[in-house]
Design a protein around this ligand. Structure first.
Ligand code: GSH
Length: 211
């Protein structure tokens, strides 16, 4: 990797932290990792809460800037490191509007409304409680939402514009997570996911995040 080692990432071991590590590996930037993990107490220490009062991972420290929220972190990294330039469409008003639409859709409809409900009530019932109806309806909702964007993905190499972007990270990780919780997706999405997870940066980031 190239560049000065001025970046720090707090957090490993979850799909949210994987987003950030994947982006950094795509950009080929050196950084330091603080390998704290969720639900270990490590996100609740005084030192960490001073950095991120939400007590959540990931957090990025970029010089004087401290940033939480994986989506904001990825966008900041891409904007400030000229490694993965925006294509003409991505830089256009229409392209930016489409970016916002995709990001809202993935984070709200696929992640928060669907996958995170399943995660909380199927995988972590001791913390969040049992809610089998919510789990079942969230899985159905995820599939319905994905079907709604099928036409916009068919025949495309990348989700947005003509080159890889952080939206591909968001979508791929949603698809991976859907597979983990047992949601079947159309072959089209499986093919897209397979292409994305063949990327060397994904593989390196995955190992780094889950080692
Ligand atoms: N919206 C935040 C969500 C971050 C989040 O929920 N992180 C979880 C792990 S996936 C966490 O840190 N939980 C705190 C804990 O369990 O200690 C993001 O995308 O960065």
């Amino acid at each position: 990797m190239e560049g000065e080692n001025t970046l720090e990432v707090w957090g490993v071991g979850t799909t949210r932290t994987l987003r950030v590590h994947w982006m950094l590996h795509e950009l080929g930037i050196d950084y330091e990792t603080h390998r704290i993990q969720s639900r270990t107490g490590e996100t609740q220490t005084a030192e960490y809460l001073a950095l991120n009062p939400k007590g959540k991972i990931p957090t990025l420290v970029d010089g004087d800037l401290v940033l939480s929220e994986s989506a904001a972190i990825m966008q900041h990294l891409r904007r400030t490191r000229p490694v993965l330039p925006y294509d003409d469409y991505q830089a256009s008003d229409a392209g930016r509007a489409a970016y916002d639409e995709w990001l809202s859709f993935i984070l709200m409809e696929l992640d928060a409304t669907s996958l995170y409900v399943v995660r909380r009530h199927k995988d972590l019932p001791a913390i969040y409680g049992e809610a089998p109806n919510a789990v079942a309806s969230s899985c159905e909702y995820f599939s319905k939402m994905l079907r709604a964007v099928e036409d916009r993905i068919a025949g495309r190499e990348y989700l947005w514009g003509s080159c890889f972007s952080e939206l591909d990270i968001h979508m791929t990780i949603s698809l991976l997570w859907a597979a983990v919780v047992g949601i079947e997706v159309l072959p089209l999405f499986g093919d897209y996911q397979a292409r994305m997870t063949e990327r060397p940066a994904y593989r390196a980031a995955y190992d780094h995040n889950f080692q």
